[in-house]
Ligand binder design. Structure first.
Ligand code: SAH
Length: 217
């Protein structure tokens, strides 16, 4: 049974205040952090750490991103309620819930079957209506395109062409770009006339984006 106590709520409020001090200015991001119980996404052994600004193992060799990383990507998306967002790398589903709280219609792809299944069960029990898909994020979701925004939550060694093709003109993609331990947060924008431009926003560290689906674990 998932319980959200006053203590958890207090820790969450403190986390949102810390994020505000660290430069997160989008109030809807802070409100969403304040609302989504992050401790539901960590195994019970780590409950004490759920509201620290740290990444954590979520099984299958993957991690739930640190709150500052989630907040930065969410802020860079400049979301408006009702926007259609594609997320690559559902992982624990925490980032997915933050986007739902911000009013987005979220489609999220995960290549690890076990993580996809866990997120599906958890988000349904929390009442979130995101569309969770088991598949390869490199391909995106052409059937549901175009998207207003695309967020990639694993490190991308090359710009995924298929994803750019699924952006609405004027839309943009936020992704950690690069190989190796540390990547640069990149925003790639498609102008109304179909040209692409990119901007860089600081360094972060993500697990790598891998090709194809993996049902092994
Ligand atoms: N947004 C997540 C972060 C998860 S870490 C959260 O809030 O918890 C990145 C995730 O990307 C991992 O779960 C990994 O399995 C997934 N991933 C890696 N390559 C992928 C691909 N090609 N398609 C879809 N998901 C992928």
């Amino acid at each position: 049974m998932l319980t959200d106590t006053y203590r958890h709520k207090g820790l969450r409020k403190k986390l949102a205040q810390e994020l505000a001090k660290s430069g997160i200015t989008d109030q809807r991001v802070l409100d969403a952090v304040n609302k989504v119980p992050r401790h539901y996404f960590l195994s019970s052994a780590f409950l004490e750490f759920a509201y620290e600004n740290k990444a954590f193992q979520i099984g299958a060799g993957q991690t739930i991103s640190a709150p500052y990383t989630v907040a930065t990507q969410s802020q860079l998306l400049k979301l408006k309620p009702g926007m259609k967002v594609l997320e690559i790398g559902t992982g624990s589903g925490y980032q997915t819930c933050i986007l739902c709280e911000m009013g987005a219609k979220v489609y999220s792809i995960e290549r690890q079957k076990s993580l996809h299944n866990n997120a599906k069960t958890l988000l349904a029990s929390m009442g979130y209506k995101a569309h969770l898909i088991y598949g390869d994020g490199y391909k995106g979701l052409p059937a549901f395109s175009p998207f207003d925004r695309i967020i990639v939550t694993c490190a991308v060694p090359r710009v995924p062409e298929d994803l750019l093709m699924q952006l609405r003109p004027g839309g943009f993609l936020v992704m950690p770009y690069g190989e190796g331990e540390v990547q640069e947060m990149m925003v790639v924008t498609e102008s109304e006339d179909g040209n692409f431009t990119s901007e860089i926003f600081g360094k972060f560290s993500f697990v790598p984006m891998l090709e194809k689906r993996n049902s092994a674990r």
